[in-house]
Each structure stands twice: as structure tokens, then as C-alpha cells.
Design a protein around this ligand. Structure first.
Ligand code: HEC
Ligand code: HEC
Length: 205
């Protein structure tokens, strides 16, 4: 019995350390200035501000950014700038931006939408069980650097998952995750997360 309690204490301590490590691993982003990011932000809304706008080839919807985590927007933009994440239009958009401009435009885009509600999730399909640890029970991510999936376009989510699976998008965490899911589960996961309440199409005020 005492042995069991001792073991439980060790487990509890390990959990605390793990949680502490997760918080420490969250680098503090320089707060962007939404006012300064406004002008640049308008140019983004030419695509991201139009409901249902499509990427021509391959055909999928331009991702919603409204309510997306600002820390993740910064990571995504730096990924396009460095070429780590490839997409001709977005590379062209990001290539000339400074770190400061990226932080400002992310802050501007984030300022256009109120905090997302912690909406009640519907029953998650079994393959989504692993995803919610990071992307949240309701598809609203638990960490500023991880994207919210709730309400994102189904065709974009499917596209992103296929990119991780075939190596076109090389994020170590998600490549590992995508490797664990079956091809036929991709549409199921995309449909599930897209139907949760969450991200919106941003509009200029
Ligand atoms: C010509 C249309 C167009 C314009 C203009 C544009 N984008 Fe994009 N953006 C896209 C497309 C298409 C994607 C999806 C690319 C992919 O598949 O990786 C995207 C992806 C993104 C992503 C990644 C979203 C995610 O969920 O991972 C961010 C962040 C982003 N854009 C921010 C911006 C910002 C900031 C601007 C303005 C400086 C901008 N975009 C201008 C079309 C555009
Ligand atoms: C350990 C944490 C973790 C788990 C578990 C996880 N993800 Fe992710 N996910 C991430 C991170 C971090 C990113 C951003 C990666 C990048 O920058 O490309 C991401 C990105 C994504 C994206 C791209 C979103 C966008 O806006 O471009 C999709 C789609 C996605 N994950 C779906 C899933 C699904 C479905 C599962 C379950 C099978 C899952 N994830 C499990 C951490 C996780």
C-alpha cells in the first residue's frame, strides 16, 4: 500500500514536471502592435477576408484566420518566409516581411475577432482522440503556438493533413501524428473539426 502511494507520488511529480516543461517550452512572443499591422493586414484580406475563397490549384479553400492563435500565425508566416513551408503566393507575401511586421500583422488579424467560445464539442470520432490533447477538446487549441482547427474549412484541413502525410509540410510533430492515421480517416477528421464552432473569416472593421 505504501509502495502504491509512493508510486502515485512519483507519477504526480512527473506530471507536474511535464506540465512545467510544457509551459517553459512556450517561448514568449514579442507582443505585436495591431495598429501598426493594420495597413499590411488589409492586403491579406483580399484573399483571407473573402468567405469561401479558393486556392486555384490544387483546389481548396483559403484558410480562415479569424480567431486563429496569434503565436501560430507568427510561426506559419516565418515558415513561409524561410521556405520551410512552401506555397508560392504565401511565400511571396511573407518574403519581404521583418519579424516586427509579422508580429504586428498577426496581432492585427487576431484583434479582429473576439476570443473563441469554449463551445460544447460533439462526440469526437475515435481517430480524433489523439488530436484533442493538443488541438483541444473542442478543436480550440490549448497552446498559443498550436493551431485551432474548429471551424476551419474542411478542404483546407484535408489538404494540410495530406501534406504532412506526404512530407510536403515538414513539421516533426504533425508528420509523426499524420503517420499514425489511416488515409481513409483524413476526410473524417477534416469533416469533424470543420463542423465545430470556432474560426471565422476575418473582415476589416
Ligand atoms: C493571393 C491570396 C492570398 C493573400 C493575398 C494572402 N494569403 Fe495567406 N494564404 C493563402 C493561401 C492559399 C494559404 C494556404 C497555403 C498553404 O496551403 O500552405 C494561405 C495561408 C496563410 C497562413 C497559414 C494558415 C494556417 O492555418 O496555417 C497564414 C498565417 C496566412 N496565410 C497569413 C497571411 C497574411 C498575414 C497575409 C497578408 C500579409 C496573407 N496571408 C495574404 C492565400 C493568400
Ligand atoms: C503533440 C501535439 C499535437 C497533436 C497530438 C496533434 N497535433 Fe496537429 N498540430 C500540432 C502543431 C504544433 C501544429 C502546427 C504545425 C506546423 O507548424 O506545421 C499542428 C497542425 C495541424 C494542422 C494544420 C492546421 C493549419 O491551420 O494549417 C492540422 C490539420 C492538424 N494539426 C490536425 C491534427 C489531427 C487531425 C491530429 C490527430 C490525428 C493532430 N493534429 C494531432 C500539434 C499536434
Amino acid at each position: 500500500m505504501t509502495q502504491v502511494i509512493a508510486n502515485m507520488k512519483i507519477v504526480a511529480k512527473a506530471m507536474t514536471l511535464l506540465l512545467a516543461a510544457l509551459f517553459l517550452a512556450d517561448p514568449v512572443f514579442a507582443e505585436g502592435d495591431p495598429e501598426a499591422g493594420k495597413e499590411l493586414g488589409y492586403s491579406c484580406l483580399g484573399c483571407h477576408g473573402i468567405e469561401g475563397y479558393r486556392n486555384a490549384y490544387p483546389s481548396y479553400r483559403v484558410p480562415k484566420l479569424g480567431g486563429q492563435k496569434a503565436g501560430y500565425l507568427v510561426i506559419a508566416l516565418k515558415g513561409y518566409r524561410s521556405g520551410e513551408r512552401s506555397h508560392p503566393t504565401m511565400e511571396a507575401q511573407a518574403t519581404s516581411l521583418t519579424d516586427r511586421q509579422i508580429e504586428d500583422v498577426a496581432a492585427y488579424l487576431a484583434s479582429l475577432v473576439d476570443d473563441l467560445p469554449a463551445a460544447a464539442g460533439s462526440e469526437a470520432p475515435p481517430p480524433a482522440a489523439a488530436c484533442v490533447a493538443c488541438h483541444g477538446q473542442n478543436g480550440i487549441s490549448v497552446n498559443a503556438q498550436w493551431p485551432t482547427l474548429a471551424g476551419q474549412y474542411e478542404s483546407y484541413l484535408e489538404h494540410a493533413l495530406r501534406q504532412y502525410k506526404n512530407g510536403d509540410r515538414a513539421n516533426a510533430i504533425m508528420v509523426a501524428q499524420a503517420g499514425l492515421i489511416a488515409d481513409e480517416d483524413i476526410p473524417l477528421l477534416a469533416r469533424y473539426f470543420s463542423r465545430l464552432q470556432g474560426l471565422e473569416t476575418t473582415r476589416a472593421e
